[in-house]
Design a protein around this ligand. Structure first.
Ligand SMILES: *[C@@H]1O[C@H](CO)[C@@H](O)[C@H](O)[C@H]1NC(C)=O
Ligand SMILES: *[C@@H]1O[C@H](CO)[C@@H](O)[C@H](O)[C@H]1NC(C)=O
Ligand SMILES: *[C@@H]1O[C@H](CO)[C@@H](O)[C@H](O)[C@H]1NC(C)=O
Ligand SMILES: *[C@@H]1O[C@H](CO)[C@@H](O)[C@H](O)[C@H]1NC(C)=O
Ligand SMILES: *[C@@H]1O[C@H](CO)[C@@H](O)[C@H](O)[C@H]1NC(C)=O
Ligand SMILES: *[C@@H]1O[C@H](CO)[C@@H](O)[C@H](O)[C@H]1NC(C)=O
Ligand SMILES: *[C@@H]1O[C@H](CO)[C@@H](O)[C@H](O)[C@H]1NC(C)=O
Ligand SMILES: *[C@@H]1O[C@H](CO)[C@@H](O)[C@H](O)[C@H]1NC(C)=O
Ligand SMILES: *[C@@H]1O[C@H](CO)[C@@H](O)[C@H](O)[C@H]1NC(C)=O
Length: 886
């Protein structure tokens, strides 16, 4: 394989033709993979990991099938060596510097070239660079990356740490996990989690290549923009472009750096003198005419190509280029005093506009990173935006996501809250560990800071609260662990972050109290204090229909309830015999203690259990009930947070973010996710589309029977409108009556527009609460706006009277492209109508809805090619009453 030459053809007048002459020899592709005792040798693809290689070679079956996560533990316990040959030419060998660049090794490995050890790895989040100039030869060379077992390594590190315990030692038994993930810089959830399996893979999980150069190559480019003059809103921008160079063994080198935005007709250059001590170079200049990048729902996402080019002054001239897509936006995290409340606010301003953050938390999309391609990421992130969200939090127990993830977020207008990868544990703070963490922080911050999507950093997930609330038995030695906490997150992680001038807000933990945590020695007395920072809130025993149980925080960054994924999704990893809620399969998949019981308890408060006598059908019905129950819980809780965005109630409130736990799944199992493994939307995700709608009418009834119907608006316009509260009877498809409230000049984000006794609204039209329900809708007259129609239930479904078993028919026709129309006809009001296209990937326009009209049309957006006949064949329609036998 020869040098790869990248041609960047720039069309505009200002542009020059740049040839990337820095030579790269890509070592990706076919390798060979052998286990410790050499009993197994299989071909392997790089980038890639051991499990997928073994699967491809039929050495193992599907690791997600039934209990294979535990059956295949031997794979994680073994040690695996990747090897291959490659060739080098005389010209390549003549370069002054020859480096082996390993973008990601997971995790513990020794790298050998031509029989000589050239280096080791111990942190999957770090790029390793090894000098191979003196070990390469002309012609055929060999390389091997010998991994050792991450689970054995973690155990040995734990054993060696004799001074004091660094808990937790092992995940709870219910997770079937592996012990001591905190002793290894590796995806923490790969040792098991309450929603995921433990595989602890070994992998060359990112690119691996050889680079040759004489003078220097550009390693990283960090571009940040701030308003040039703070007094003006955003234009013009001051952009700071810092270029980081790799010099290899050179002591010095000279050249020219050029930064160019071709579309903006902006180009700047400067002469740089690089030395061992000066390996980066910053230039700051003004950009006048860039359009502003906005989160989805607030404006467009203009992205401008930025090329940074280095040309050495050596002869022959050598050059190196890095390009990225840049978006101009400004981020502020406002933590200031709040009128009529103790504590501090916690909200984000994007381009000077305060924004209520609507989002969901992100976990790794697969246990095997090599299976996550751009299409899968696009599908998941597009689904997030399609459900009216614009933010995600890359949670601290997974990975710093691949570049494609952030590129897609940039393009779709998704704001990313990025955790550093530490979660739910104490961590060791030995010198080697800390220096590895520093390198990790520096590299990741440089890699991610130029993305307009990335708006905040957090040093860890839940470690402040874990320490304060003694989750892992640290209380007896609190000050010791507090000291370690400060050493790791404040003096190491945040210190390294701040040195990098990433220009973004950061918090010391999630949840945390911001400046108040700092005042209290970084471990606040109550890290979940609603008066400060963000809050994580879970309460399984409480009735989620009772919104008075929910906190009134400044920002809700985690909350949720579990459900089961659909039968179709589970069927791919299970078989008959597994299909009931109390099968050993269902117990094994449930990694959250008492999770299945908690779901049934929540369900039985408001629904009768399915009466089906067919075990499989009963399982399917119960899955459906878990999804209904979950969707409702998040609806109640999220609307509660949105209603509170402009009010202070007893000193609490002004909630400016609802980021639920969790968007996606790592495998097919019960979890808090709104999207199943494979991309299918659960009922919750359809509900999210409505409860996060830019304009919404949302009601809350107090214990004295007073109903407050709020108008909630993310619309950046003052508008005149109408609130429509309609009373319906369960046994009819005709509304009983409507209460209409006109309003003028609505300029708030959330305010009650109608406050009235529920009994007055029902008046004489509805004799009994149990036989009726309400719907709310707000419409804007100038400009024309409409919220979704939002149902409000007046009793539990187990008490509701008059719901008939409907007969629902459907008719499919083709729209454009892969979108199909489904005309539904029902002879009775049907709650939670559920459409499924078995075996055809795609999503509906709405689902899980209350059908209270005779006819209704929904769309199916297929993610693959299909036909009217195939969809008609695959489609089923059911609703609540179908789970009860007559
Ligand atoms: C980059 O280097 C190559 C190879 O030395 C050379 O052909 C090309 O002209 C250089 N590009 C620029 C813009 O200097
Ligand atoms: C070699 O390793 C495999 C996989 O870990 C194991 O099943 C086998 O028993 C080992 N063989 C010997 C001879 O140790
Ligand atoms: C891992 O291998 C060790 C021997 O190296 C053995 O003692 C241990 O039982 C194995 N553990 C698992 C889970 O296979
Ligand atoms: C650097 O910029 C100056 C002024 O814009 C221009 O005349 C010159 O050609 C540029 N030099 C390089 C090497 O691009
Ligand atoms: C630009 O960024 C670099 C690197 O973070 C920093 O050292 C420098 O002070 C910044 N320049 C300006 C003008 O902000
Ligand atoms: C039980 O229900 C499943 C799922 O609906 C169905 O496929 C199966 O045929 C039913 N079994 C019997 C015996 O009716
Ligand atoms: C209020 O909503 C109900 C139910 O959707 C509808 O039938 C009625 O026409 C609406 N009233 C007005 C004035 O729009
Ligand atoms: C149908 O697909 C074509 C090609 O991808 C696209 O240009 C067009 O906008 C699509 N039409 C609709 C209505 O989505
Ligand atoms: C769907 O069909 C179109 C036209 O026949 C084809 O270009 C496209 O690749 C197909 N898409 C998929 C996902 O199979």
């Amino acid at each position: 394989m020869g040098p790869r030459v990248v041609l960047l053809a720039l069309s505009l007048a200002l542009s020059v033709q740049w040839t990337d002459a820095e030579t790269r020899i890509d070592l990706g592709g076919k390798w060979s993979l052998t286990n410790g005792n050499k009993s197994i040798t299989v071909p392997a693809t790089v980038p890639g990991g051991v499990y997928t290689a073994l699967m491809a070679a039929d050495e193992i079956g599907n690791p997600y099938m039934e209990s294979n996560d535990v059956n295949y533990r031997w794979v994680a316990n073994d040690s695996w060596t990747y090897s291959r040959d490659f060739s080098m030419t005389k010209e390549q060998l003549a370069s002054k510097n020859i480096l082996l660049i390993c973008e990601g090794l997971d995790t513990i490995s020794t790298v050998t070239v031509n029989g000589k050890t050239i280096g080791k790895s111990e942190n999957m989040f770090v790029r390793y660079e090894f000098d191979v100039k003196n070990v390469l030869i002309e012609g055929t060379n060999s390389i091997s990356v010998a991994f050792s077992s991450a689970m054995k390594y973690a155990l040995s590190k734990w054993k060696a740490h004799t001074a004091y315990d660094v808990p937790p030692d092992c995940p709870p038994d219910v997770q079937h996990g592996i012990c001591h993930p905190n002793f290894i810089r590796k995806e923490q959830s790969s040792f098991g989690w309450d929603w995921g399996p433990a595989f602890a893979p070994q992998a060359i999980w990112k690119d691996i290549r050889i680079e040759t150069f004489d003078c220097a190559v550009i390693r990283d480019v960090v571009a940040t923009a701030v308003p040039w003059n703070k007094k003006f809103q955003v234009q013009p921008w001051a952009i700071n472009i810092t270029t980081y160079f790799e010099l290899g063994s050179n002591t010095g080198c000279k050249g020219t750096v050029t930064a160019e935005f071709p579309e903006l007709h902006v180009s700047h250059n400067a002469t740089v003198v690089l030395t061992k001590r000066q390996t980066s170079f910053s230039m700051t200049f003004q950009v006048q005419n860039a359009d502003t990048w906005w989160p989805a729902g607030f404006g467009a996402q203009p992205l401008y190509d930025l090329y940074v080019h280095f040309q050495s002054s050596d002869r022959p001239a050598e050059n190196s280029t890095k390009s990225l897509k840049f978006g101009f936006r400004n981020v502020e995290l406002v933590q200031e005093e709040v009128p009529n409340s103790k504590g501090l606010s916690f909200y984000f301003k994007i381009n000077t506009r305060p924004i209520f953050i609507k989002g969901a938390n992100w976990i790794p999309a697969d246990a095997f990173q090599e299976r996550i391609d751009r299409d899968r990421l696009t599908n998941l992130l597009q689904s997030l935006v399609d459900a009216n969200m614009h933010a995600t939090r890359v949670w601290g127990g997974g990975v710093y996501e691949q570049d494609a993830f952030y590129e897609i977020c940039d393009r779709l207008g998704i704001m990313v809250w990025q955790d550093f990868q530490f979660a739910c544990a104490m961590y060791p703070v030995g010198e080697a560990f800390l220096s590895s963490v520093t390198e990790e922080v520096v590299q990741q911050v440089r890699r991610l800071s130029s993305h307009p999507s990335v708006i905040a950093w957090s040093a860890n997930n839940e470690n402040e609260v874990a320490l304060r609330q003694n989750w892992y038995g640290t209380a007896k030695n609190f000050s010791l662990y507090q000291k370690d906490y400060v050493t790791l997150y404040i003096d190491t992680v945040l210190k390294a972050l701040n040195k990098e001038n990433s220009n973004l807000p950061s918090v010391s933990s999630s949840p945390s109290n911001g400046p108040e945590s700092q005042k209290e020695g970084w471990v606040a007395k109550d890290p979940g204090d609603p008066h400060y920072g963000d809050v994580h809130y879970y309460n399984y025993p409480a009735d989620c229909w009772d919104v008075s149980v929910f906190p009134k925080p400044r920002f809700a960054s985690e909350y949720g309830y579990q459900s089961w994924p659909s039968f179709d999704t589970l069927e791919t990893v299970s078989q008959m015999g597994d299909w009931s809620l109390n099968s050993s399969f269902s117990q094994h998949r449930q990694h959250h203690a008492d999770g299945n019981e908690q779901m049934m308890t929540q369900i039985k408060r408001h629904f009768k259990d399915s009466t089906s006598t067919n075990t499989t059908q009963k399982f399917i019905n119960r899955i459906y009930l878990t999804q209904i129950s979950q969707a409702l819980c998040y609806k109640f809780e999220t609307e509660h947070y949105r209603r509170l965005q402009s009010s202070i109630v007893n000193g609490e409130g002004m909630t400016m973010g609802a980021v639920y736990w969790q968007l996606n799944d790592i495998w097919q199992a019960p979890s808090w996710a709104s999207i199943e493994y494979g991309g299918k939307w659960k009922m919750l995700h359809y509900f999210a589309k409505d409860f996060f709608a830019p304009l919404l009418a949302s009601g809350v009834e107090d214990d004295k029977g007073t109903l407050s119907v709020y108008v909630i608006s993310d619309v950046d316009r003052i508008f005149d409108g109408m609130l429509n509260v309609t009373v319906w009877s369960w046994d009819s498809q005709t509304p009983l009556q409507s209460v209409i409230k006109m309003f003028k000049q609505f300029n708030k984000s959330a305010e009650p527009v109608l406050v009235r006794k529920t009994s007055e609204i029902l008046s004489t039209h509805c004799a009994k609460r149990q036989s009726c329900y309400l719907t709310f809708q707000v419409t804007g007259i100038q400009p024309q706006l409409a919220s979704p129609i939002n149902p409000f239930f007046l009793s539990s479904f187990s008490d509701a009277e008059g719901i008939k078993k409907p007969n629902i028919e459907f008719d499919v026709s083709k729209n454009v492209n892969n979108t199909f129309s489904i005309q539904l006809t029902s002879d009775a009001t049907a709650p939670f109508v559920w459409l499924e296209a078995h075996g055809i990937r795609g999503r509906f326009s709405n689902n899980g809805f209350l059908m209270n009209q005779r006819k209704r049309v929904e769309l199916f957006h297929a993610w693959e090619n299909t036909t009217v006949d195939a969809l008609t064949e695959a489609l089923t329609v059911s609703s609540l009453m179908d789970i009860y036998q007559d």
